[in-house]
Design a binder for this molecule. Structure first.
Ligand SMILES: Nc1ncnc2c1ncn2[C@@H]1O[C@H](COP(=O)(O)OP(=O)(O)OP(=O)(O)O)[C@@H](O)[C@H]1O
Length: 408
C-alpha cells in the first residue's frame, strides 16, 4: 500500500527490512528512489532526530560512484526517512547465501569496489562502522566486471553513527555486528577508519570461505576471538591474497592498509585470480563451535546462544535492535577478554577432510594409531627403543593443536 513520506515522496512497495527500519521502493520528483523509513522508536527519539538533522550535510555530501548516495532526509511527523538512490539488484548477503562461496576473482573485484567507496568516505572524514555483506548492494544494471561481478556499492553510511547516540549506547556499550567488529572497538577505543578495513577484510574472507574468521557461537565469544585469536589460513588461497587479508585483519589498527592502498593491491591481483574456481573449504560444524566454546564471562543464564544476534554480553545490556544482525553489549573487561585465548575460532578444513570429533575423523585417528602402532612395533623391534609411543600420542593431538590460534 502506497504512503506519502513528507511532501515530495511516495513509498510504494517494501524492498526489505533491516535493524534500523524498512526500505521502500518509492517515487520522488526526479524519479524512482529507495526510502529507508526508520523504526518508530528511533523516529520518536528526539535526540536522534536532532543528530539526524545535524548530520544532514555530512550524509548528503558523500557522492561517489561506489557509494549509494543519500538524496534527502525527511523529518515529518512520526516519519524519519533517508531517501537514497535506488540500486536495481541485490545485496551481497543474498548473493553469498545463494552461492555459498564466490570465485576469488569476483570476490576481490567486489571488495575492491567497496574499498574505493571507503577511500572516498575516509577522505571526507566519514567512518562507516557497519561494513558487512548486507550493506553492499550489487547493481545488476551496471556493466559486468572481473569474474562476472556487477558493480558493488556501499550503503548505510552514517546510520550506525546516528543510532549510536550516547543515550542509546552509553560510553561503554558496543553497537555493531559481532562478526565484523575490529578488536579496538571491543577494547573500547573510538572507531577510526581502520575499523572499516578490518570489517572489509572479514567480508573478503567470508566471500572466499563461506564463513567469517571469528564468528560462531555466543556473541561474547566472537568479540573475544577478535582480540585474542589469529586468523587461520584458508586451504588453497593464493599466497599474495592471503598476505593481504592477514595485513588487513591485523589486531593493531596502524598495521592495516588504508582503503585506497587496499583497492589498488586487490586490483593488482585480479589478473592472477582470473578463472580460479571458488576455494574448496568445508563449513565448520556448528556443534563443534558450540562444544569448544568457553562460557562467556558474565553471560546471562537464560540467554539463548545464536550464531549472530542481538544478545547482550552482560545482564542488563539490552539490545537496541529487534533484528538479529546487530549486537548491543558492554565493552568486556580485560580479564574477560583474557579468558578467550582458547582457540575456539572456526577452523577451515579442506573440502572432504573429516571434521575433528566426527565419526570419520575418529576412524581416521584410529587408522593412524594402528599404522603408527604397527610402524612403531617394527621400529621398536628393529632398534629396541620404545620412544615411539610418545610420538604416536603427540601425533594424535596434532589436529587440534595445529589449529589452536591463541595470541597475546
Ligand atoms: N538504495 C537501495 N536500493 C535498493 N535496495 C535497497 C537499497 N537500500 C537497501 N535496499 C534493500 O533493502 C533491504 C534492507 O536494507 P537495510 O539497509 O534496511 O537493512 P540491512 O542492511 O540488511 O540491515 P541493517 O540495517 O541491520 O544493517 C536490503 O536487503 C537491501 O537489499
Amino acid at each position: 500500500m502506497a504512503r506519502k513520506i513528507g511532501s515530495r515522496y511516495t513509498a510504494n512497495q517494501i524492498l526489505g527490512r533491516g535493524s534500523a527500519g524498512t526500505v521502500w521502493l518509492g517515487e520522488g520528483p526526479d524519479g524512482p528512489v529507495a526510502i529507508k523509513l526508520l523504526r518508530e522508536d528511533l523516529a520518536s527519539d528526539q535526540e536522534l532526530v536532532g543528530r539526524f538533522v545535524q548530520e544532514r550535510t555530512a550524509l548528503l555530501g558523500l557522492e561517489h560512484p561506489r557509494i549509494v548516495t543519500v538524496r534527502d532526509l525527511v523529518v515529518d511527523g512520526n516519519d524519519l526517512a533517508l531517501v537514497m538512490d535506488l540500486v536495481r539488484g541485490t545485496d551481497l548477503r543474498t548473493r553469498l547465501e545463494r552461492e555459498r562461496r564466490l570465485a576469488p576473482e569476483a570476490a576481490v573485484a567486489i571488495v575492491a569496489d567497496v574499498a574505493d567507496a571507503l577511500a572516498a568516505a575516509h577522505a571526507a572524514g566519514v567512518v562507516h562502522r557497519d561494513v558487512k555483506p548486507e550493506n553492499v548492494l550489487l547493481d545488476m544494471q551496471g556493466p559486468l566486471g572481473p569474474g562476472g561481478a556487477h558493480p558493488a556499492l556501499l550503503t548505510d553510511f552514517g546510520v550506525a553513527k546516528l543510532i549510536d547516540s550516547p543515550k542509546r549506547t552509553r560510553a561503554t556499550k558496543i553497537i555493531g555486528t559481532p562478526d565484523y567488529l575490529a578488536p579496538e572497538i571491543v577494547e573500547g577505543l573510538p572507531p577510526r577508519a581502520a575499523v572499516d578495513i578490518y570489517a572489509l577484510a572479514t567480508v573478503l574472507y567470508e566471500l572466499l570461505a563461506g564463513f567469517t574468521p571469528f564468528g560462531g557461537g555466543h556473541p561474547g565469544a566472537v568479540l573475544r576471538r577478535h582480540v585474542t585469536e589469529t586468523v587461520v589460513p584458508l586451504p588453497g588461497i593464493p599466497e599474495e591474497l592471503w598476505q593481504l587479508l592477514v595485513q588487513c585483519l591485523a589486531k593493531a589498527p596502524a598495521s592495516r592498509l588504508r582503503a585506497s592502498e587496499l583497492a589498488a593491491r586487490l586490483r593488482e591481483q585480479l589478473p592472477t585470480l582470473a578463472g580460479l574456481p571458488p576455494l574448496e573449504v568445508d563449513e565448520p560444524d556448528p556443534a563443534e563451535e558450540e562444544a569448544g566454546e568457553p562460557a562467556p564471562a558474565a553471560a546471562p543464564e537464560a540467554e539463548p546462544v545464536r550464531r549472530r544476534g542481538a544478545v547482550s554480553l552482560v545482564p542488563g545490556a539490552r539490545p537496541d535492535s529487534n533484528r538479529d544482525t546487530h549486537t548491543s553489549m558492554r565493552v568486556p573487561a580485560p580479564d574477560e577478554l583474557a579468558g578467550g585465548a582458547h582457540g575456539t575460532a572456526r577452523v577451515p578444513r579442506a573440502a572432504g577432510a573429516p571434521r575433528p570429533g566426527s565419526a570419520r575423523h575418529r576412524a581416521a585417528v584410529r587408522r593412524r594409531r594402528v599404522t603408527l602402532g604397527v610402524a612403531g612395533v617394527l621400529v621398536a623391534a628393529a632398534v629396541g627403543v620404545g620412544a615411539w609411543f610418545a610420538s604416536a600420542d603427540g601425533d594424535d593431538q596434532a589436529p587440534q593443536d595445529t589449529h589452536s590460534t591463541s595470541a597475546p
